[in-house]
Design a protein around this ligand. Structure first.
Ligand SMILES: [Zn+2]
Length: 164
């Protein structure tokens, strides 16, 4: 967990920049992110969560690890409430309403265009990770009142492991 930055870290609020070089280094970054995601464990990890503001996220919604590079467009449909957490807000979960289905347009490790799509967990992870690359945390998907309460709770209770 030590590589994952948590709420309050500036890279979580910074918009990520486009990846232009599809090389060995990028492959290594993707592999490292997948490893960190599984170790956490989590179902998705965006580069800003390890302090790197580049347009890449990894996820595994149940059918193996996937890498999304430079996502530039997301199509959404429907609506669902889902208990959502974030590796950068460890120990906290909120019921968040978002579109149920998402289809994201991005590139693979070779720079080729690729899409990922799905509902339920897949749809949720795609939207959540895409938000990270825009510098948005799931707290911004809460209502104003909920957000105020959430931040108060975090300020009072901190995160698990804070006292170690
Ligand atoms: Zn997250």
């Amino acid at each position: 967990m030590e590589e994952i930055v948590i709420f309050g870290h500036p890279s979580l609020r910074t918009k990520s920049s486009e990846i232009t070089e599809f090389n060995n280094e990028l492959e290594k970054l993707s592999e490292r992110m997948i490893k960190i995601m599984y170790e956490a464990p989590g179902v998705g990890l965006a580069a800003p969560q390890i302090g790197i503001n580049k347009n890449i996220f990894v996820f595994d919604a149940g059918d193996g690890p996937k890498t999304a590079i430079n996502p530039n467009k997301i199509e959404v449909e429907g609506s669902a409430v889902f208990l959502e957490g974030c590796l950068s807000l460890p120990g906290y979960y909120w019921e968040i309403e978002r579109p149920e289905f998402a289809k994201i347009y991005c590139q693979n490790l070779k720079g080729e265009p690729i899409t990922y799509e799905g509902d339920e967990l897949t749809g949720r992870v795609l939207q959540h990770e895409f938000d990270h690359l825009k510098g948005k945390l799931l707290l911004s998907s809460l209502t104003r009142k909920e957000r105020k309460e959430a931040i108060k709770k975090i300020t009072v209770n901190g995160f698990p492991g804070d006292d170690i």
